[in-house]
Design a protein around this ligand. Structure first.
Ligand SMILES: NC(=O)c1ccc[n+]([C@@H]2O[C@H](COP(=O)([O-])OP(=O)(O)OC[C@H]3O[C@@H](n4cnc5c(N)ncnc54)[C@H](OP(=O)(O)O)[C@@H]3O)[C@@H](O)[C@H]2O)c1
Length: 329
């Protein structure tokens, strides 16, 4: 085993709690520091989850020389500011998705990582799930013929509340960057970047987009049909359609799941994957430490080029749908 890494959490909110519960499963990860805008919140988080230190500002935390790697779990609108704070202090960064609000911001983050020769990775946990990796392996193997179509949906009823992050445009609210990013990720992983994008969005009273339907066409004529919404529940599945069959990542395709496989004219089969003891976030955290052990400043599994491509597509989607983040675009 490599060295033990001192992890710090920047932003003690909802996803940070879930992530930390998985981080605890990794013997080479030490729960070192919790940093919040409020010392009281940091202290509660640190004592409940077992961190050694609590900081009442993010700046104080990055000034702690013992911190090796920071998990950024603030709203996407603040990822650029917080990633620059960490990278300029030479702290390795695992930053929640969406990596920022637009391509311009992602480019600034990538440049800061490269200038400081410091590790940066988007916390795109689906990339590390065995079910997703198997589906992509089948896509690329050619065993079902050519991939022609991707259909993917991610929707749940998030109960409209203007005070919530999800509906706050200033915090990057709207379904696209929060959950629409997953269907886009599936299409990008399987088919690459589209040559044409058409969208329709519905906007709620705060000005945030609530539901979005996206149609992508690819240079070879392949198509993708992608949906995200906070207005209603969907089956949260992804289906890859080939000349000779299909594979479907079943409900909650972005987390550990089963895959249904059908090859014409055989019977459908369902592949199950052993679920680890965590929720699935431990896989990305373990990967970060493998990269650091190997002296890497970038992951080759979830490379920065993938984050740049994802954001370039989301910028194009927003342009077509007329969605603007006023203080950022
Ligand atoms: N990978 C996944 O499965 C997954 C799931 C959910 C969310 N996420 C991502 O994680 C990020 C955070 O989501 P979340 O649901 O955990 O958000 P959240 O509960 O609203 O927490 C965000 C935290 O960010 C900090 N923060 C800093 N500046 C803030 C500001 N101006 N307004 C509000 N909070 C601010 C706060 O922590 P302090 O007060 O402690 O400083 C807050 O608790 C988002 O980018 C989201 O896309 C990922």
């Amino acid at each position: 085993m490599g060295k033990t890494y001192n992890w710090a959490i920047l932003g003690c909110g909802k996803i940070a709690r879930k992530f930390v519960n998985d981080l605890k499963l990794l013997p080479n990860a030490k729960l070192y520091a919790a940093a919040s805008r409020s010392l009281e919140n940091a202290q509660i988080f640190a004592s409940e989850l077992g961190f050694e230190k609590a900081y009442g500002s993010y700046e104080e935390m990055v000034n702690d020389a013992e911190v090796d790697v920071v998990y950024i779990a603030t709203p996407h609108s603040h990822h650029l500011e917080h990633a620059l704070l960490c990278l300029n202090s030479h702290k390795a960064v695992l930053c929640e998705k969406a990596l920022a609000l637009n391509l311009k911001e992602v480019i600034l983050m990538v440049e800061a990582a490269r200038k400081n020769k410091t590790f940066l990775m988007e916390a795109f946990w689906t990339m590390f799930q065995p079910s997703f990796l198997k589906a992509i392996e089948i896509c690329r193997s050619g065993e079902l013929g050519a991939l022609k179509m991707v259909r993917s949906d991610f929707a749940f009823n998030a109960e409209y509340n203007p005070a919530k992050r999800l509906y706050n445009v200033a915090l990057g609210g709207g379904s696209l960057l929060d959950i629409g990013i997953y269907p886009i990720f599936m299409s990008l992983a399987a088919l690459g970047k589209p040559s044409e994008i058409k969208t329709m969005a519905s906007i709620c009273p705060t000005g945030a987009e609530e539901s979005i339907i996206m149609a992508f066409r690819y240079p070879g004529g392949e198509m993708a049909s992608l949906v995200s919404s906070f207005a209603a529940h969907s089956s949260i599945q992804t289906e890859f359609s080939f000349e000779n069959g299909f594979i479907r990542l079943n409900r909650r395709f972005h987390t550990p799941t089963t895959i249904t496989y059908w090859k014409h004219p055989e019977e459908e089969i369902t592949l199950s994957f052993e679920k680890g003891s965590g929720f699935g976030y431990e896989l990305e955290a373990a990967h970060v430490m493998e990269c650091l052990d190997a002296g890497k400043t970038e992951s080759d599994r979830m490379p920065l080029s993938m984050s740049l491509d994802l954001m370039e597509i989301m910028d194009q989607v927003r342009k077509d749908a007329g969605i603007v983040f006023p203080d950022h675009d």
